[in-house]
Design a protein. Structure first.
Length: 509
């Protein structure tokens, strides 16, 4: 697999090849994360995870409010100059310093809301992460801009390895939540150092191109804030009605429920931005690429979210151990919520590409309003964590048609177009669900043994049903065709020139 696609590749081929790299990255990181979670779940208590979750909710919120999109602006520009890079770095550094100060000063708010004073010092220590992120070499954005996903893979995996080692060593030494905090800071420090080791660019302080960078960033900021709050509003509600241990259980359940979906779908979506940016003047090509991405998201999300929901009991037992039992209902609902969320993920890239980030930001705030109302009503009315997770799933389901209608209005897609790419993954997931439920009824044991049987069996049934339905449908141009080409093509990868030299013409970049 070459890092940069060949000149003759279509945008869809770029997406598939780039997605393969990014999925490899995310699954490598997730594998490290799963091993880390497995070890830490046996070394630390739910209460320790809860303290860090409390602190990270506020840290993440302040960081989201500082997500001004300098890096996205550089990816979007066709030929950015040194002035653009230096300006983006200067803004990134200023924002990082401001975020660090805001987190440090706002730390007492965590004790006021969660009634746990330990979160204050934890939050103040975590404020260093924002400052370290502000110092990161802006040149590392080229790994994504130039479709150099292999380099991006190594960059992130090395930093994750540092974080993993530091966290485990500190957990063995201290046996408390400070190990988690130390690992978070070590990971960001490693990213910053590696950005200078792996990229030759050396940024300078400048604001010469601030109008071009900031102009694009304003709506990116609004969207980032809405997106973060949407992802965390249920945990905020749980923190208001429960103690640190319950908060830790909910946060860990949300993480392992969403991870199988997010770690495959999000890398694919991340590849969309640099690819779409190169065809942003061809609306027909944008429509095709968005439908292709939606088809891939549907195939991924239907398989992983339904699969995790069905094996939730064994999955929790294997990954977390006996101290974290009775999370299966939480995991099942949160897995379905993650799957529905994944179907909306390509819309932001599309709206950015056609110059409508305001539409994207507005939709995120609409969803936040719906979710906040539903979660607050359920959380404070029932004080039941499972019902909170179910409310999240329901809101995601109701929001999906609204988002798809807005995308359709923007680029000329119909419900028939959506149905053509969505029905096969949903039908294949139904076949998989029926099979797994039947297996549960006859397998006389549970735990790791049953999981080892059901996961490969479910995956095989899902894939077989998906490809059979595709063949019956006449083998349309779709994610299934991309998958067949990717899995069974015997052509050796061709070396590619610099990404900036890729020729534009017809469907080719």
């Amino acid at each position: 697999m070459s890092e940069i696609p060949s000149p003759a590749s279509s945008p869809g081929s770029h997406m598939v090849r780039g997605s393969a790299w990014m999925i490899a990255l995310r699954w490598s990181l997730r594998l490290v994360g799963i091993v880390s979670t497995f070890i830490l779940a046996h070394l630390l208590k739910p209460d320790d995870f809860g303290v860090v979750a409390m602190a990270m909710l506020f840290v993440g919120l302040v960081e989201a409010l500082g997500e001004t999109g300098e890096r996205l602006a550089l990816v979007r520009l066709r030929a950015p100059s040194r002035h653009h890079y230096d300006t983006a770095f200067t803004l990134q550094l200023l924002v990082g310093a401001a975020i660090a100060g805001a987190i440090f000063l706002a730390a007492p708010l965590t004790a006021a809301y969660f009634h746990d004073p330990r979160a204050v010092l934890a939050m103040r220590c975590l404020s260093l992460r924002a400052l370290l992120a502000g110092l990161e070499n802006i040149g590392s954005v080229d790994f994504r801009k130039d479709l150099r996903f292999g380099t991006l893979y190594r960059f992130n995996l090395r930093a994750k390895a540092v974080s993993f080692l530091v966290t485990i060593v500190l957990a063995l030494l201290w046996r408390n939540y400070w190990a988690l905090i130390g690992g978070i800071l070590a990971g960001q420090a490693a990213l910053t150092i590696l950005s200078y080791v792996m990229h030759p660019y050396r940024p300078r302080l400048s604001l010469a191109a601030r109008r071009e960078i900031v102009g694009f960033s304003a709506w990116t900021l609004a969207r980032a804030a809405g997106l973060y709050l949407t992802s965390q509003v249920d945990q905020l509600a749980v923190g208001g009605i429960a103690n640190a241990a319950a908060m830790g259980r909910y946060a860990v359940a949300a993480d392992i429920a969403a991870s199988p979906t997010a770690e495959i779908n999000e890398p694919m979506v991340s590849v969309l931005y640099p690819v779409m940016s190169r065809i942003n003047r061809d609306q027909a090509a944008l429509r095709r690429l968005y439908l292709q991405a939606l088809g891939w998201s549907a195939a991924i999300c239907a398989a992983t979210s339904v699969g995790v929901a069905l094996v939730a009991h064994d999955y929790a037992w294997v990954v977390l151990g006996p101290n974290w039992q009775h999370l299966e209902s939480l995991i099942a609902w949160l897995a379905l919520a993650a799957g529905l969320l994944g179907l909306t993920s390509g819309a932001d890239t599309l709206f950015d590409t056609i110059g409508r980030p305001r539409r994207s930001a507005t939709l995120h705030w609409i969803r936040l309003g719906l979710l906040s109302g539903a979660v607050a009503l359920v959380a404070f009315g029932t004080r039941n964590l499972v019902w909170v997770a179910a409310a999240r799933t329901l809101v995601n389901l109701l929001f999906l048609p609204l988002l798809l209608s807005q995308v359709g209005a923007a680029v000329g897609l119909s419900w028939k177009d959506y149905g053509a790419v969505l029905w096969r993954p949903l039908a294949a997931a139904s076949c998989m669900a029926a099979s797994l439920l039947a297996q549960d009824a006859v397998i006389p044991f549970s735990g790791a043994g049953r999981l080892l049987i059901e996961v490969p069996a479910g995956a095989a049934i899902y894939l077989a049903a998906l490809l059979l339905l595709w063949r019956v449908s006449g083998r349309p141009e779709s994610c299934e065709k991309d998958l067949v080409r990717f899995l069974f093509s015997r052509r050796p990868p061709r070396a590619a020139p610099d990404a900036n030299a890729i020729v534009t013409g017809g469907e080719n970049l």
